[in-house]
Design a protein. Structure first.
Length: 1026
């Protein structure tokens, strides 16, 4: 019998001859949000199952797709049977007893590394609302072996052999409770093991809110739990909408129980056959400002994308938000990306910190699931747990899977700092726990972190209430409390967060370390004064209440200010108004165990955790992250999931984020002219025709966060001046591009770092009279944000016109026309009008003509003798064709409003050619870098996501991985062509990095073979501390 079963599995693998009668998942499944209305109606309307379903793998397209799957490597599968053992299930139990061991042995023969589990269920033994839910001796669910999965076929058979049909009252059963406890209580392996549930029952679940549903599970909640954990559920059950939806939502399959010719054996054979081949789901996404963008690929053998065939290859995802809601979204196939993509905006209500995503993929009969986690604030969250645990997720750099409650973890699944690393400045090997943390500078070679421990230092250098830093500072607890009217008492330290400019905070902590430990104990009152002097603050909470029983002043759940000695936010204000918080006013002090905010002191963005849980509305645990006055934005389970601990709650003791200061790039220009009489630089001077004047400009990056690139400087001289050379500058390009002795242009590639200055000086000749402005405009781009910045300034040269001769009449002329026509773009005709007469010209109008046809006119203000107006625009769109030529004519005083000395010289005409825009260029950037441990080679594989964020296609390129400190290249990786907007995930060859960590640069287009719009944003630094 054993050999026969194994041969059947092999036959299934090769030919997939399906003898069961499945009802296939449909691409247009109802959303979960629609289902509860049907579930509440019992009994359900039956789903009609066709008499015969053509085995999909017999279709040519599926045979072709199977050739792309991985049917060679060993597969891991955790398989848990969820078995209904009520009285009507006798035949199925009997059959399962006969085939259970052969099924297990057949999986082993097919090369599947399996683990089995069993959850038996009936119904809750209660009678309510006139309904007998089940017999008094029945039970709702039973998880075998304490949830520990077994690789023993004999043990699995012994579990099945112990099943006996009995009991059952009403038709529905406790299916939802059994599934929920299967997810939570079974000890799934995690990692790359598939999570398979085989649900066998002839009844549907109790409807939402029914009294027999004693644990108050909801259908949506169970689907959310299944999809959130990446479960695939195969259902052998009745024709009911709920049972089919369970299978379809999780990428499984529905089989109608006791259909003609259907038994458990062929169903299990089909499932075994499907498990022998597999594909993987890989992807890259980003969640910023509550907008989620995700693209995934279905990869088969040798990590090659599986060809897309509509209706046969699909991907969908479930997104679970911190408030517990879960929604399904289909991913659309994008040919250019060879990926299935979706954009969800907004992804959740409120301001979610962490969002869980489970992506399911389908290739004919084969299924896969992959979990993703996104930090939507675009910030890493640092935290510590209340309990020690063993991680089954990514291996820490030091190879130790044991995570202490004193280690600082990161939401990207890494151990950011071991407790011994936090305490390295104090030269102790003891783990003293971690009670509070604030990551001041995560990018520094030695990250700067402020923190407190759970235990006092055995050498009595500090207490658990003192504020420590990784640079060796110790600020005593009594100094933190110096501004409060209490006796000098150490009340402990539960939460800490610095407020103010980052540079000022770093400078203060350097000063604190330099002063030494004793200073703050001996001079506690110095702390508030120094904080005021440096315009920073320390927000914190204590472990104990202020020592005044009759008037406590503050609670250990209040957020305090060390600088001002005030309560920043009381515990009752931090929590939602519906929570009865605050002793003695409203009831309970929930404590304050961790806090984060921005550096500006904005109370509205405070996030925190409490010391005790709350079961009311909105509910929270003492491990959840809560938004002030709102509710949970990140559950404890969300924080710890990627570490794959055995439990799903570990508490929360410390919380921190990398607070990025708002980057507001800025540029400033100061234009001056030399006054020979006063012998200094001024904004306005007087000269005479024939004189030479000297201009000077200083261009300053007055921003604080952003180097500036592509700095374009344009200097427009007035009509009374001509460029005369003698340029002096501190940039490479000394001489400008000169047009008509009037327009000067310099270009500086950059960078111009914050506080750096460009200086330019040059000379000009006075050629006419009048009061005229010399205008200088500067444009630049902030590399960090992509924001363009502008600035301009003016210097005035007055040239008296009485030297010209007898005053007569004005004379308006057009001295210059500039601009270029581009198809479909503004024509941008700029002209310069000048009064070259000896009298002032009143207001007038200038007209535009194209090919002799009048187009429009613009108003011109009065002009003094010799005065001019430069770079004035008509703002007109020329609807032209490529190569088309036209006469552009501009005429002054077209309404003859001004009595001029010469009425025949008002117009200037030029012939222009319509051109096309410059070709679009690509722009390659590294979006994300991470690493994985390759057990086969015992080396580290560095992976990265590269994106072409430009508008043109980028040809094949090479990405360089180099040491950050020296720039020496470690490895290169060939990247194929990327279309505009396309993102790819790539990796370098395995490399033996030191266990102490590494600091590298990953640079797109490392050999500069791709012409890009921005050549300065190719690199991303990646640091891993051992």
């Amino acid at each position: 019998m054993r050999k026969q079963f194994a041969l059947v599995i092999v036959a299934i693998m090769l030919f997939s001859v399906l003898t069961a009668m499945p009802v296939m998942s449909k691409s247009g499944d109802e959303s979960i949000s629609k289902l509860p209305e049907t579930i509440r109606q019992a009994p359900f309307s039956p789903v009609k199952t066709p008499k015969f379903v053509l085995p999909i793998v017999t279709l040519p397209v599926c045979k072709e797709l199977q050739t792309h799957l991985d049917c060679v490597t060993t597969k891991k599968a955790d398989i848990v049977f969820v078995f209904d053992t009520t009285g009507s299930m006798g035949e199925e139990i009997k059959e399962m007893k006969n085939i259970s061991k052969d099924f297990a042995d057949g999986l082993s023969a097919a090369g599947i590394d399996y683990r089995f589990g069993l959850t038996e269920f009936r119904d809750f033994p209660v009678t309510c609302d006139g309904t007998v839910c089940s017999d008094a001796n029945d039970f709702a669910y039973k998880v075998y072996n304490g949830g520990v999965l077994s690789d023993s076929s004999s043990m699995f058979k012994s579990w099945i052999d112990s099943l006996n049909p009995s009991g059952g009252g009403d038709l529905p059963e406790s299916t939802l409770a059994a599934l929920m406890h299967t997810v939570k209580d079974q000890k799934w392996r995690g990692g790359d093991a598939s999570k398979i549930i085989i649900l066998i029952s002839d009844a549907y679940p109790h409807s939402d809110g029914h009294c027999c549903n004693q644990e108050e599970n909801t259908f949506d909640g169970v689907i959310s739990a299944l999809t959130r954990s990446g479960m695939t559920v195969y259902v052998v059950g009745p024709d009911e909408a709920s049972m089919e939806m369970i299978a379809n939502s999780t990428g499984g399959k529905f089989f109608r129980i006791r259909a003609e010719g259907v038994s458990l054996k062929p169903v299990l054979e089909e499932i075994a056959g499907v498990l022998t081949c597999s594909f993987d789901i890989v992807g890259d996404g980003v969640c910023e400002g509550n907008r989620l963008e995700l693209c995934v690929q279905l990869l088969g053998a040798d990590n090659v994308p599986i060809p897309h065939h509509s209706g046969y290859t699909e991907a969908w995802m479930f997104v679970r938000c911190p408030d517990g809601t879960s929604n399904r979204y289909d991913l659309d196939y994008e040919t250019n990306e060879e990926a299935y993509c979706a954009v969800i905006d907004p992804v959740c209500s409120g301001s979610p910190e962490v969002v869980d995503v489970t992506v399911y993929g389908k290739v004919c009969e084969w299924r896969a699931a992959r979990k993703f986690e996104f930090t939507c604030g675009a910030r890493k969250i640092f935290f510590s747990t209340e309990e020690e645990f063993v991680t089954h997720g990514p291996e820490p750099p030091d190879g130790n899977p044991v995570i202490s409650d004193g280690d600082l973890l990161c939401s990207d699944c890494t151990v950011f700092a071991r407790n011994r690393e936090l305490l390295a400045a104090f030269k102790t090997q003891l783990d003293l726990g971690l009670d509070a943390a604030d990551v001041i500078d995560a990018e520094a070679r030695k990250p700067l972190i402020a923190f407190s421990t759970e235990l006092n230092d055995p050498q009595r250098r500090f207490t658990a209430g003192d504020l420590l830093t990784t640079n060796g500072a110790v600020i005593s607890n009594i100094a933190l409390l110096a501004s409060f009217d209490i006796s000098r008492t150490d009340l402990g330290l539960d939460a800490v967060h610095f407020i103010g400019d980052k540079e000022a905070i770093v400078a203060f902590l350097d000063y604190a370390a330099e002063k030494g430990m004793a200073f703050w104990k001996e001079n506690p009152n110095a702390l508030p004064e120094l904080l005021k002097e440096r315009n920073i603050d320390i927000w914190f909470s204590t472990e104990g209440t202020a020592p005044k029983p009759e008037d406590p002043g503050f609670l250990d759940g209040d957020l305090l200010s060390a600088r001002d000695g005030i309560i920043i936010a009381r515990n009752a204000i931090l929590l939602p108004s519906s929570v009865p918080a605050g002793i003695p006013d409203r009831s309970v002090d929930f404590g304050l165990d961790a806090v984060i905010a921005d550096r500006s002191g904005n109370r509205e963005v405070i996030r925190f955790s409490t010391e005790i849980l709350y079961a009311g509305e909105p509910p929270f645990t003492d491990g959840d992250v809560i938004l002030i006055g709102n509710g949970v934005v990140c559950t404890n389970e969300d924080l710890i999931r990627c570490f794959e601990p055995k439990g799903n709650f570990l508490g929360l003791d410390a919380l921190a984020v990398v607070v990025e200061e708002a980057c507001e790039p800025s540029i400033e220009v100061d234009k001056q002219v030399w006054d020979t009489n006063r012998q200094r630089w001024v904004e306005e001077t007087t000269a005479r025709i024939g004189d030479t004047v000297t201009f000077q400009s200083t261009i300053h990056n007055d921003g604080t966060c952003c180097p500036l690139y592509n700095i374009a400087v344009t200097d427009v001289l007035p009509a009374c001046l001509d460029y005369a050379g003698s340029v002096q500058s501190n940039i490479k390009q000394n001489e400008p591009e000169v047009t008509n002795n009037k327009e000067l242009k310099w270009f500086f590639e950059g960078p111009l770092n914050p506080c750096e200055t460009i200086t330019i000086s040059y000379k000009a000749r006075v050629v006419n009279c009048g009061e005229n402005e010399n205008v200088q405009r500067v444009e630049a781009v902030c590399e960090k944000t992509g924001v363009e910045v502008y600035a301009e300034d003016r210097a005035i040269v007055n040239v008296p016109c009485e030297d010209v001769g007898e005053i007569g009449k004005p004379d308006l002329v057009i001295t210059q026309i500039t601009g270029i026509g581009v198809v479909g773009e503004p024509l941008n005709i700029y002209y310069t009008i000048k009064n070259q007469g000896n009298a002032a010209a009143g207001p007038s109008h200038t007209g535009l003509y194209i090919n002799g046809n009048y187009i429009k006119k613009v108003y011109v203000s009065a002009l003094a003798p010799g005065a001019s107006i430069s770079a004035k625009s008509f703002d007109y769109i020329w609807d032209c064709k490529k190569g088309e030529q036209a006469q552009i004519k501009v005429c002054a005083d077209i309404a003859t409003q001004v009595d001029e000395s010469d009425e025949g010289n008002n117009c200037k005409a030029e012939v222009w050619t319509c051109t096309v825009r410059e070709p679009e260029k690509p722009d390659l950037v590294i979006r994300r870098v991470w690493h994985e441990w390759d057990r086969k080679t015992q080396k580290t594989i560095v992976k990265y996501a590269i994106k072409n964020q430009g508008k043109g296609t980028a040809g094949a390129s090479k990405t360089y991985m180099s040491w950050y400190s020296t720039g020496k290249v470690i490895s290169t990786d060939a990247v194929p062509s990327l279309s505009a907007g396309q993102t790819r995930t790539e990796s370098f060859a395995p490399y033996p990095f030191s266990s102490q960590g590494f600091d590298i640069n990953v640079c797109a287009d490392g050999d500069n073979k791709v012409a890009e719009t921005n050549e300065k944003n190719n690199c991303k630094r990646y640091t891993m501390i051992g």
